[in-house]
Design a protein around this ligand. Structure first.
Ligand SMILES: Cc1ncc(COP(=O)(O)O)c(C=O)c1O
Length: 394
């Protein structure tokens, strides 16, 4: 197969899917923290929380060690009981749904919109029962979910909303930044994300909600270690709830402080690359570029290309093999939740239960989309995709 690929469309070096974009300032800030007397949750974490909240216009923010931790803590603060239902999307990472199980509630999946691949408000409306407590939309790939529609449903049925914004920094919906609230919004700073602290996350919410979340996220202690060990601090604390160990460290926050300052420039570059991909792929009817609706600003965390498999002689997996052969790193977002053994067996899901998620999963491929891509890298990705589409045309 290797010989079939012309050198013109095979890069010499493998192009990684999503390497971090860290600068000298991040490195210097980490070193500064390592030389300081305090390396766990402390002054830099607090500063990162304040600057992040300002950046997304949130009423407040709590830095944690992952988005999973932020989602889990948010749901734990809502005091759900066994049998309570949380409606979310099947096209998401396992963490979104695992945390619903962690708090003893029942995940209920509703199918997605065919254009944005986000949770479909009409499907959600049909899935609401007297046991529904929470709606948990995910801003898939960084394209904001239809928040006004979910807010209308929440008002009508007395529900809470928790947003999974792992992909949605920075993004906006009808002029409002994702994170604006007033409900809890969880962000991810995992290594591949738009802002990385290696591992990390942020929970944006109202200050009163965050007071409870802060206590729950650190063992349920009434006072964190930084304040206990600081001069004048007391060694005493009370355990107010059986909490978690989810705090962010100042080493992570050191990365976050500088990554935050780069966000607007990073987003501009990702949007430029996404536009270049879309322009190039629009010509080929085997390729379906992602959409950006008129009333949102997409974070462009992922460029989720869809293949029209009826126009191709190969399936998505083989398309990915061909991209790998041409030295292009890819990924797939996501294997739908209802296909995973744990969920399939526990809830008896059939693949066709969520046809839009199932159909799209089979034709999705995420292309490299990050600010470290040069114009030549982008041209290589385009050339490789078009080459495969041409070679395997039906
Ligand atoms: C949609 C979604 N939600 C949640 C998460 C969990 O993020 P973290 O790894 O920061 O816990 C991810 C991570 O990839 C994700 O893609």
């Amino acid at each position: 197969m290797a010989n079939a690929v012309t050198t013109a469309v095979r890069r010499r070096e493998f192009l990684p899917f999503a390497p971090p974009a860290l600068g000298e300032e991040e490195i210097a800030e980490v070193v500064d923290t390592l030389r300081s007397p305090w390396i766990s949750t402390g002054p830099k974490t607090r500063r990162f929380e304040e600057e992040f909240a300002r950046f997304v216009a949130a009423p407040g923010a709590l830095a944690l060690n992952s988005c999973t931790a932020a989602l889990h803590t948010a749901l734990a603060c809502l005091d759900l009981r066994p049998g309570d239902e949380v409606i979310t999307t099947p096209l998401t990472f396992a963490a979104t749904v695992n945390v619903i199980e962690h708090v003893g509630a029942t995940p209920v999946l509703a199918d997605i919109e065919p254009d944005t691949l986000n949770l479909d408000p009409a499907r959600v409306a049909a899935a609401i029962t007297p046991r529904t407590r929470v709606l948990l939309p995910v801003h898939y790939a960084g394209h904001p979910a239809d928040l006004d529609a979910f807010q209308d449903l929440a008002r009508t049925h007395g529900l809470r909303i928790v947003e999974d914004a792992a992909h949605a920094l920075p993004a906006s919906y009808r002029g409002r930044p994702i994170g604006f609230g007033p409900h809890p919004v969880a962000f991810s700073f995992y290594a591949t994300k738009n802002l990385t602290t290696a591992e990390g996350g942020m929970l944006a919410a109202e200050p009163a909600f965050l007071d409870r979340a802060r206590v729950l996220s650190l063992h349920g202690m009434s006072r964190d270690a930084w304040r206990r060990y600081a001069k004048g601090g007391s060694w005493r604390y009370d355990i107010l709830a059986p909490g978690f160990k989810y705090n962010m460290t100042d080493v992570q926050a050191s990365l976050g402080l500088w990554q935050l300052r780069r966000q607007d420039a990073f987003r501009r570059r990702r949007a430029e690359i996404a536009a270049a991909y879309t322009r190039a792929f629009a010509e080929d009817d085997a390729l379906q570029p992602p959409v950006e609706r008129g009333d949102v600003q997409h974070a462009w965390h992922l460029y989720a290309l869809r293949l029209h498999l009826d126009r191709l002689r190969i399936d998505r997996d083989r398309f990915i093999d061909e991209l790998t052969e041409r030295n292009i790193g890819t990924s797939v977002h996501f294997i739908p939740i209802h296909l995973h053994p744990y969920y399939r067996e526990k809830y008896g899901y059939e693949p066709a239960a969520y046809p839009v998620a199932y159909d799209n999963f089979q034709r999705l491929v995420s292309l490299p989309l990050h600010p470290r891509l040069s114009d030549e890298d982008v041209a290589d990705v385009i050339a490789a995709v078009l080459d495969i589409a041409r070679e395997y045309r039906r």
